[in-house]
Design a protein. Structure first.
Lengths: 195, 228
């Protein structure tokens, strides 16, 4: 029976529960189920790839991630949510690809001044460059730590493990990123920093 | 500690990563340093902006390329993109029933997976009167799944029956015919599985058919609710 005091609720389908069925089907070779998983998660994976590696590489990294997921689906045992497992796989793939391309080491030690985060437009908030663009202009190491910690919610020990750096380095890079972005978000802050 | 050294600790302060003594010392510094208070507020704004970022789909559909690389037909893309938006309107009883049903389907899929991994020659060499322990355990699990599934479907069907008058006659006719078709498919799959419980194709087919029934009931319930 309906409960009269409870009206209709508009809810999102619960992704984790939906995923469980589709993962099981995909593990048994169901391509439709895997496509549903792809469509449910592609925005997050693509956004992660775009922020970590840039728009030029985001499509390829996203495709590579889902191909890798398909190949490794048999190893997924459900200890974590599928989305969590998929996301970690994506992070590892993106980081290993970037590392192999030799860009991390080259840019990790860039001085803050090497990248100009000052808005190109007059220092008025409504004319400031997009926050995503500001993130993209961060030095590589600081950008990766910022995206993983502040956007994706990873802890420093997890980031350190995935990036092969010390926890202290992760914290320092995060602070560096935030300080650079704060200068972009709030022009007054940068002016004060120069006084 | 110099002002720069205090500033360098503000992110850790913001993230709650300083120990008690360090935090107390920085609290004391913040009480008297307006610049650090301003910087702290700005860093907080940055973190809030970061958590508020929204994800975006890629500009182009990447599925065809992925499907080609893993050996799947890309033609499924159009079918999936025509599905209804992933938002549904439910009353609480409907929500509870849907959750149970989804759990059942999930377990059905798990059953299908387990069955696909069960070495069938071993199962088939056992006497029928003494099934292997693993198979018996899975059969018991299957009974539990069926029980939950049947109760959940009954709940959702009852909710639908209560709202049936809100649907037009043609819709009800199509709905009933579709449900009968799915029920026949379910019955055939279960009959076949009774003969060969370890058949991975039949198990996957059963799980998919259960999902189809879920989708149909869910869409019908949403439609009826939306018509109220």
């Amino acid at each position: 029976m309906h409960e009269p005091s409870v009206g209709a609720l508009t809810v999102n389908r619960t992704p984790a529960v939906d995923d469980a069925a589709d993962v099981a089907l995909a593990q048994s070779g169901d391509g439709h189920a895997f496509e549903r998983l792809y469509r449910g998660h592609v925005a997050r994976v693509h956004s992660l790839a775009r922020r970590m590696a840039g728009p030029d590489e985001a499509d390829e990294l996203t495709q590579d991630t889902f191909v890798r997921v398909w190949e490794k689906l048999g190893t997924f045992r459900g200890e974590a949510a599928f989305g969590t497992w998929l996301h970690r796989l994506a992070v590892n793939l993106i980081l290993s690809r970037r590392s192999r391309m030799g860009r991390d080491r080259q840019r990790f030690d860039d001085a803050d001044g090497a990248l100009d985060l000052r808005p190109t437009a007059p220092a008025r908030p409504e004319l400031a460059i997009d926050f995503e663009t500001a993130i993209a202009r961060l030095p590589e190491g600081a950008k990766h730590v910022f995206v993983l910690h502040d956007v994706e919610g990873y802890r420093h020990d997890e980031i350190a493990g995935q990036m092969g750096i010390a926890v202290g380095t992760s914290k320092a890079q995060l602070h560096r990123a935030r300080m650079l972005l704060r200068g972009h978000l709030e022009p007054k802050a940068k002016e004060r920093g120069r006084r | 500690m110099t002002p720069d050294q205090w500033t360098a600790r503000l992110s850790e302060y913001l993230d709650g990563e300083l120990d008690g003594a360090e935090r107390q010392a920085l609290d004391a510094h913040l009480d008297k340093c307006a610049d650090c208070r301003d910087t702290l507020a700005e860093l907080k704004r940055v973190t809030l902006r970061a958590t508020a970022l929204s994800d975006r789909e890629p500009a182009a559909d990447l599925w065809p390329g992925i499907a080609a690389r893993i050996g799947l037909p890309a033609a499924t893309a159009a079918r999936v993109s025509r599905l209804a938006p992933r938002r549904w309107s439910f009353t609480l009883p409907q929500l509870a029933a849907a959750a149970l049903l989804l759990a059942a389907v999930g377990a059905g899929g798990f059953w299908a997976l387990q069955q696909s991994l069960t070495p069938t020659p071993v199962a088939r060499t056992q006497p029928e009167t003494a099934p292997p322990e693993g198979l018996a355990r899975l059969a018991s699990r299957r009974d539990e799944v069926d029980d939950v599934y049947d109760r959940a479907v009954a709940d959702l069907e009852r909710v639908l029956a209560e709202n049936r008058s809100r649907l037009d006659t043609a819709t009800v006719r199509v709905l009933e015919e579709s449900l009968r078709t799915i029920d026949r498919a379910l019955a055939r799959a279960r009959t076949a599985l009774a003969q060969d419980p370890s058949d991975s194709y039949l198990n996957a087919h059963l799980a998919e058919t259960m999902r189809r029934k879920l989708d149909l009931l869910r869409r019908a319930a949403a439609l009826a609710t939306a018509s109220s």
